[in-house]
Design a binder for this molecule. Structure first.
Ligand SMILES: *Cc1c(COP(=O)(O)O)cnc(C)c1O
Length: 354
C-alpha cells in the first residue's frame, strides 16, 4: 500500500523527481558528469546564500554533521542542545573522542543567544554546533541573533545544521558569516534520502588543513580538491544529483520568494487549524518552525489510532511525536512540494480521522 508522507522527513517525492532519477548512469569521472555537477552549482549557491563551493556528500546529513566535527574541532566543541537531533550531536562529538561541552535548553525552547555569548566568552572553544530548525520539537532558533553572537568570536568555527529549514526560507551563509552549513535531500528539497549538501567558509578549509585525523571519506579538503575538477571524492549517488538538477529547475520556475512565501503560508494554515482544534504549539509561537508544526497533544488523542485511520482510509501519515515526545506531541510537515490544495486535503482527512 502506498501512502503520502506528511512527516518532517522524508517527505513526498514528485513524479518529476522520480523520472529525473531514472536517467541513464554516466561515469563519475566523465565530462558529462562534470557538466552535471557544474550545472547545479549556481542554483545551490543561491539557496545557501554563498559564493563558496557547495559539496555533495553521498550520505545522510549525519555523515557531514559528524565530519564537520572531525574537520574543525581541535580544542573543544560547544554543542547547543534543545531537542533530539542537537542532543545527539553532543554524543557524536564524544564518540569521536573530541572534547565537548553541552549548552542545554529545554526541549521546545530555542537556543538563547545571550547564553551562547556567555559560554563562548570563556574562550574554551574552537567550534560550536547549532541546529537552526530542531525538527524533533518544531522549534526554530533565531539564526540572525545567533550569527551576530558568533561573529564576535572569529576563532570559533560555527557548524550549522539547516537540514530541515534549507530552501524553505532564506538563510544567507555569507551575509550571516556562518562557517559550515549542512542540508539534506529528504526534507524541504523533497528528494529521497541519501544525499547531503554542504558548504564551508575558507576558515574551515584553513582549520581542516591543520588537523590530521580528518579521515578520508568525509575529508573537507578532498571535497574541495575534487570540486575544483567538477567532481566528488568518491562515486556519488548520481541519481540524486539528477533529482537535484530537476528540483533546482522547479525552484527557479516557482521563484525563490514565492517558494518561501508558500512554505510560510502553508505552515500558518496548519497552525491555525491546530489552534482552532484546541491544540497548543510545543514551542512559543514566535519560535515555531516554518517547515512543520509540533503540537502538544493537549486533547489526549490516541495518535497511533488516528494515524492508522489516516493511513488506511486516506493514504497519508503524520508523525506521532519524536523520541521522548512520542504520544505527547504530533508533528505535521509542510515542507517540499505541498500546496494549498494538498494541505487542505490533509486537514480534512485529519478532521475526519479525529
Ligand atoms: C532529519 C534531520 C537530521 C538527520 O538527517 P539524516 O538524514 O537522518 O542524517 C539532522 N538534523 C535535523 C535538524 C533533521 O531534521
Amino acid at each position: 500500500m502506498s501512502y503520502k508522507l506528511f512527516i518532517p522527513g522524508p517527505v513526498a517525492v514528485s513524479e518529476k523527481t522520480y523520472r529525473a532519477m531514472a536517467q541513464p548512469m554516466i561515469p563519475h569521472r566523465s565530462p558529462e558528469f562534470v557538466a552535471l555537477y557544474r550545472s547545479i552549482q549556481t542554483g545551490l549557491q543561491t539557496l545557501f546564500g554563498t559564493r563558496d563551493a557547495v559539496y555533495l556528500s553521498t550520505s545522510s546529513s549525519w555523515g557531514v554533521m559528524e565530519a564537520a566535527l572531525r574537520n574543525v574541532a581541535k580544542k573543544k566543541v560547544l554543542t547547543c542542545m534543545n531537542g533530539a537531533f542537537s542532543d545527539k550531536w553532543f554524543d557524536v562529538a564524544q564518540k569521536n573522542g573530541l572534547a565537548a561541552s553541552a549548552l542545554r535548553f529545554e526541549w521546545g525552547k530555542p537556543v538563547d543567544p545571550a547564553a551562547l555569548r556567555r559560554e563562548l566568552a570563556t574562550g574554551l572553544y574552537d567550534a560550536v554546533t547549532l541546529i537552526h530548525n530542531e525538527t524533533s520539537t518544531g522549534t526554530m532558533s533565531d539564526i540572525r541573533a545567533l550569527a551576530e553572537v558568533l561573529r564576535d568570536f572569529p576563532d570559533v568555527i560555527s557548524i550549522v545544521d539547516v537540514v530541515s529549514s534549507f530552501s524553505a526560507l532564506p538563510i544567507p551563509k555569507d551575509e550571516l558569516g556562518l562557517d559550515v552549513m549542512i542540508a539534506g535531500s529528504q526534507k524541504a528539497l523533497a528528494l529521497p534520502p541519501g544525499l547531503a549538501l554542504f558548504t564551508v567558509s575558507q576558515r574551515v578549509l584553513d582549520r581542516a588543513a591543520t588537523i590530521t585525523n580528518r579521515g578520508y571519506y568525509f575529508d573537507f579538503l578532498e571535497f574541495q580538491r575534487n570540486h575544483e575538477l567538477g567532481m566528488t571524492p568518491t562515486t556519488p549517488t548520481i541519481a540524486h544529483i539528477y533529482a537535484l538538477q530537476s528540483k533546482l529547475e522547479d525552484i527557479a520556475a516557482e521563484g525563490l520568494e514565492k517558494r518561501y512565501a508558500r512554505h510560510a503560508r502553508l505552515n500558518q494554515t496548519v497552525r491555525e487549524w491546530g489552534f482552532a482544534k484546541g491544540f497548543k504549539l510545543l514551542p512559543e509561537a514566535r519560535y515555531g518552525s516554518l517547515t512543520l508544526n509540533c503540537f502538544e497533544n493537549t486533547r489526549g488523542l490516541d495518535l497511533v489510532a488516528i494515524n492508522q485511520v489516516l493511513k488506511t482510509k486516506h493514504q497519508l501519515v503524520i508523525d506521532g511525536g519524536y523520541g521522548k515526545l512520542k504520544g505527547r506531541t504530533f508533528r505535521i510537515s509542510n515542507m517540499g512540494d505541498e500546496t494549498d490544495a494538498t494541505i487542505a486535503a490533509l486537514l480534512a482527512a485529519l478532521d475526519s480521522a479525529m
